[in-house]
Design a protein around this ligand. Structure first.
Ligand code: C2E
Ligand code: MG
Ligand code: MG
Ligand code: MG
Length: 288
């Protein structure tokens, strides 16, 4: 198609590529500057709610960047740039520092861990457990208050698995994020050092059809078989909540229940009644 348009087609194509390159370079430059100066990089927190009790079981920390040049930039845009440029290591340090500090400020959320997303590139640096310990010690936070979320493909790399084992020995928990979207082999999964499996929201969205429901059920069964606690991500409708409760997921997160918010505005109660066995509905009691 590009060829059919002749030279102009190529020129247009080049220009589009070039524009993307410019945005990437600018993003990298702005991000580098933000990391130097401090507070443009912050965290929002999103709770996950247990389906069989009134507890918040999981609080995910999500990076937010208010770029000096472009205003708020979503993680889907700047995390890949940070990964490519290596800035993800500095971003990761900042995220960890903010998250652990926040845990220290939430003393009564004792049962809920705060979870940070850790990118493959961060995991590839030896000594992740020591890094986590350094942050925990700085705020006198117990390892049992922290968890890390990693991608599924991590389980196919022996070096990364060894890092996760070390992290877990420390008492920090490990979750597989976006489960079902990676290509990890099921045989590796069986022995994976994992506490929590987060079902990707694409499966949740498809869970209201018979086929989607069967898939959800299979994923939950698989996750429970390896001893993991199952969280369904991205619940946006009551139907989706019903579906994931029916297939036996342990907890749920999503805009229907609570949106990611700054630490001071976290919704400790589900905005929507949670289904319980027996049909009764309750809202969870959170800290404060
Ligand atoms: P994730 O770890 O799977 O995080 C969940 C994402 O889904 C978040 O997007 C969250 O805002 C969004 N979400 C939650 N509930 C719903 C819902 O009901 N519907 C929909 N449509 N979305 C929902 P966010 O914050 O934009 O982050 C996107 C991704 O960027 C994250 O996916 C994670 O992979 C990455 N990310 C975010 N923060 C960090 C970080 O600090 N470090 C690293 N390495 N990656 C991060
Ligand atoms: Mg995550
Ligand atoms: Mg996810
Ligand atoms: Mg993700």
């Amino acid at each position: 198609r590009v060829k059919a348009e002749g030279r102009d087609g190529f020129a247009w194509f080049d220009e589009a590529l070039h524009r993307r390159d410019v945005v990437r370079v600018e993003t990298e430059r702005d991000l580098r500057r933000s990391l130097r100066t401090g507070d443009a990089l912050t965290l929002h927190f999103q709770p996950a709610f247990a389906l069989d009790s009134t507890e918040i079981t999981h609080i995910e920390a999500l990076a937010r960047w208010d770029s000096p040049g472009r205003g708020p930039v979503p993680p889907a845009e700047f995390i890949p740039v940070a990964e490519e440029s290596g800035l993800i290591l500095a971003v990761g340090e900042r995220v960890l520092a903010c998250a652990v500090r926040q845990v220290a400020l939430w003393p009564d959320a004792a049962s809920a861990r705060v979870w940070v997303n850790v990118s493959p590139r961060q995991l590839a640096v030896p000594g992740l457990a020591d890094t986590l310990l350094r942050h925990l010690d700085a705020w006198h936070v117990a390892p049992g208050r922290l968890g890390i979320e990693v991608t599924e493909s991590t389980m196919d790399d022996g070096r990364l698995v060894a890092q996760l084992e070390e992290v877990r020995r420390l008492g920090v928990a490990v979750a597989i994020d976006d489960f079902g979207t990676g290509y990890s082999s099921l045989s590796r999964l069986a022995g994976a050092p994992v506490d929590v499996i987060k079902i990707d929201r694409s499966f949740v969205a498809a869970g209201c059809t018979p086929k989607g429901r069967a898939l959800l059920e299979g994923i939950v069964t698989l996750a429970h078989a390896i001893g993991a606690y199952v969280i369904a991500e991205g619940i946006e409708t009551p139907q989706q909540l019903d579906a994931i409760a029916a297939v036996g997921a342990d907890a749920a997160a999503g805009f229907l229940l609570a949106r990611p918010q700054p630490a001071t505005a976290v919704s400790w109660r589900s905005a929507y009644p949670l289904p319980r066995s027996g049909g009764a509905t309750v809202a969870p009691a959170g800290p404060r």
